[in-house]
Ligand binder design. Structure first.
Ligand code: PMP
Length: 411
């Protein structure tokens, strides 16, 4: 079938009518890459899609069938704006694995933690307000911050995560300009994209710095249960219940297609978040929430998380082995203990974005580092995701990438 032509779709004739907040809305580097990276001949080390090969689809089908037969009319109806009460209780149990003591009344279920990021930014940020974020930071969060016209100031990390002294310096330099810092956005565990984890000893210091400066912490923790040795770390929220908003998600420990995440916030903030959520989408999807709730109460979900950990650990190992055997001298990378990502830094003079078309021609894709900064920084770095391809494909991808790099270094 011939699709009708859409005249004018290339040149946007609505440009002078859009709201000012759309100015920060640009296609993410990842999205632009999806089309090429998904061709079968390309080894994609670009996207961070969870690998669902480990999910027991038959058992999940049984959960779905029972839910529909036993409680279909409720599951298919609107629900409360704050989310399903049973699920919120179960969420509190899950958070206990990382020492977080939360009350179900202080939890709001959201459409993925992505919506929680949006809601928190919506209720706290006016145009021009400053948000501190690690450098590099999660591209999806930067997109939200841009759409509320926030100014993101990046704080550099080392291989132990956010550096307290850098945080102090960033706060001082922003405050010296008279601008208001609304919150610190941080991904303490198995960072996307940096692949590092905030040292446990640094956590109380970081919490203290923010509390003293009157800066909220937005703790984003979708990967916390995916430590390859089964290790978990005390959440920042466990160190301060008043100044930390904690975000969690079922996307990486179960499946992203349900689109269920959550926020645990100080009570007053949770109420404001619920009002914002109600305005945005009335309520989170009842069907998804009830599916997850039944899955948690009838299936061995902790065993399932273990299976995910094993799957990702095997891929992390394949990536690190291939990098250490194949990378040219001068290239460095992080060594993740969990999660999906390795952050690679190239020798000075190489530009990961300029190099990408040549990498794709060589049939390997990654995400250039500039996508993870709001300020144009990051040209000499890039993110490799190892979550999806098989270990053999990962090795092949790293080999192709190493060949491209060698050619670049000879140019
Ligand atoms: N935060 C981080 C750090 C992420 O990596 C992601 C997903 N890639 C999200 C939030 C959003 O996850 P979801 O909306 O699926 O819960």
């Amino acid at each position: 079938m011939e699709l009708p032509q859409r005249p004018g779709s290339r040149l946007d004739s609505y440009v002078d009518r859009y709201a000012a907040r759309t100015r920060g809305m640009t296609a993410s580097e990842i999205r632009a890459l999806f089309a090429v990276a998904s061709r079968p001949e390309v080894v994609s080390l670009a996207g961070g899609m969870p690998n669902l090969a480990a999910l027991p689809m038959d058992s999940i089908a049984t959960v779905a069938e029972q839910l529909i037969r036993e409680n279909g009319p409720v599951a298919m109806q609107y629900g409360g704006a704050q989310g399903d009460e049973t699920l919120r209780e179960q969420i509190c149990e899950i958070m206990r694995l990382e020492d977080v003591e939360g009350h179900p009344d202080d939890v709001i279920a959201t459409v993925g933690s992505q919506q929680a990021l949006d809601l928190v930014t919506r209720i706290f940020v006016d145009p021009g307000d400053v948000i501190l974020a690690e450098g590099p930071s999660y591209v999806g969060a930067l997109g939200v911050f841009a759409s509320y016209q926030a100014q993101v100031v990046h704080v550099a990390m080392d291989d132990q995560g956010l550096v307290p002294d850098n945080l102090r310096a960033a706060i001082a330099s922003v405050q010296a300009t008279g601008r208001r810092i609304k919150f610190l956005y941080t991904i303490p565990n198995f960072h996307n994209p940096a692949g590092v984890t905030m040292a446990v000893e640094r956590r109380p210091e970081i919490v203290e710095i923010c509390r003293e400066a009157g800066i909220l912490i937005l703790e984003d923790n979708p990967y916390g249960l995916l430590g390859f040795e089964g290790e978990t770390y005390p959440a920042l929220r466990s160190l301060d219940t008043e100044n930390v908003i904690y975000l969690g998600s079922f996307s990486k420990t179960f499946a992203p297609g349900f689109r269920v995440g959550w926020a645990l916030a100080p009570h007053a903030v949770r109420e404001k978040l619920t009002l914002a959520a109600e305005a945005a989408n009335l309520c989170p999807p009842a069907f998804s929430q009830m599916m997850i709730s039944r899955y948690l109460s009838t299936q061995p979900w902790q065993e399932q998380i273990k299976a995910f950990r094993e799957l990702y650990r095997e891929r992390r190992d394949a990536t690190l082995t291939a990098l250490s055997e194949l990378m040219p001298a001068g290239v460095t990378w992080t060594r993740p203990d969990g999660g999906f990502y390795v952050w690679v830094t190239l020798p000075p003079g190489l530009d990961s974005k300029a190099m990408l078309p040549r990498a794709v021609t060589a049939r390997v894709a990654y995400v250039p580092g500039t996508g993870f900064y709001s300020d144009g920084f990051g040209a000499s770095s890039l993110r490799l995701s190892y979550c999806y391809p098989t270990p053999e494909r990962i090795r092949e991808g790293v080999r192709r990438f190493a060949d491209v790099l060698r050619e670049e270094m000879e140019l």
